[in-house]
Design a protein around this ligand. Structure first.
Ligand code: F6P
Length: 328
């Protein structure tokens, strides 16, 4: 266990996020800087099971800091959820002489990492990469800032057509279980109402808010709905309900979908990813395992996988108030 670590593997897993490439680049270059070998694992945990590895030098990661997606590709591996799958992954790591693993992803990725450490006592450090921002122990996850900017840009465009036709738009944004994208993009794009899973406002409250908007002379409205919101079964049902109640509304629905996951990362995400890539390699060389590195109050921090997965990254109440006040 205490032999020096000479080779580190890195993988991306779960939903891809803009900035993952910048994180891979930082991990590879930190390995070069600290004179350890670096191996890229393709397709996340699935590639670990299949031994889909490639040695990466500093030059392999040239010209990727500005690219969306992940050069290592990503997957949600069902096989890694089995003991047999994880045992194959461990054997492949040992065979390749790899002494530690950096995993870039979200809660599913860290849950897999935790299991792997418990079973094989193999050193693993995590980097938070998901557009959802639903991880405890970091102010922002890699990809979240870029996704917000993408969403705001699109809502601005929808607003042009919404106001030209006096329409009510329901816009669904990503965030499987979390409303961070909806709340922040909603404020940034000036939405009239924002629906998020953390605060179930209920249909009555939505209807009341639309009534108020009309009374105040608003001729078009934007309602941002997080995909995880449970008011309606989905955004289309929600729109149907309002249409039935208020037939005079000219309603349209826009589901932004996977466009939110693509595109060149923002400068914020590139810097965050670079800091966390370096921090992850340094944590491994300091013989740390089972933690996720993050940035909190502009300081690099680390938190156990257990906490990162299980604790809630709270919605900021002040933002909810700002959303309410600025939509009067
Ligand atoms: O977790 C990131 C995320 O983009 C969620 O916001 C979304 O619900 C999910 O992934 C979609 O996953 P998939 O690409 O597998 O459809």
């Amino acid at each position: 266990m205490n032999e020096p670590i000479k080779k580190i593997a890195v993988l991306t897993s779960g939903g891809d996020a803009p900035g993952m490439n910048a994180a891979i680049r930082a991990v590879v270059r930190a390995c070069t800087y600290y004179r350890v070998d670096c191996v890229g694992v393709y397709r996340g945990y699935q590639g670990l099971i299949e031994g889909d590895f490639e040695t990466l030098s500093a030059r392999h990661v040239s010209n990727i800091i500005n690219k969306g997606g992940t050069i290592l590709k990503s997957a949600r591996s069902e096989e890694f959820k089995t003991v047999e799958g994880r045992a194959k992954a461990y054997e492949n790591l040992k065979k390749a002489g790899i002494g530690a693993l950096v995993i870039i992803g979200g809660d599913g990725t860290f849950t897999g990492g935790l299991k792997f450490i418990e079973e094989f006592n193999f050193p693993v450090v995590g980097i938070p990469g998901t557009i959802d921002n639903d991880i405890y122990g970091t102010d922002n996850t890699i990809g979240y800032d870029t996704a917000l900017n993408t969403v705001v840009e699109v809502i601005d465009k929808i607003r042009d057509t919404a106001s030209s036709h006096n329409r009510l738009f329901f816009i669904e944004v990503m965030g499987r279980d979390a409303g961070f994208i909806a709340l922040n993009s909603g404020i940034g794009a000036g939405a009239e109402e924002i629906l998020i899973p953390e605060k179930n406002l209920g249909l009555d409250r939505l209807v009341e808010s639309l009534d108020k908007s009309r009374e105040k002379g608003k001729t078009s409205s934007i309602v941002v709905v997080s995909e995880g919101d449970k008011i309606g079964k989905n955004v289309f049902e929600l729109a149907d309900y309002i249409k039935e109640k208020y037939p005079f509304y000219d309603i349209r629905v826009s589901v932004l979908g996977h466009m939110q996951r693509g595109g060149s990362p923002s400068c914020y995400d590139r810097v965050l990813a670079s800091r966390l890539g370096v921090a992850a390699v340094e944590a491994i060389l300091d013989r740390t395992s089972g933690v996720m590195v993050g940035v909190t109050n502009n300081e690099v921090t680390s938190v156990g996988f257990n906490k990162a997965i299980k604790m809630n990254h709270d919605i900021n109440e002040e933002l909810l108030k700002v959303a309410e006040i600025t939509s009067v």
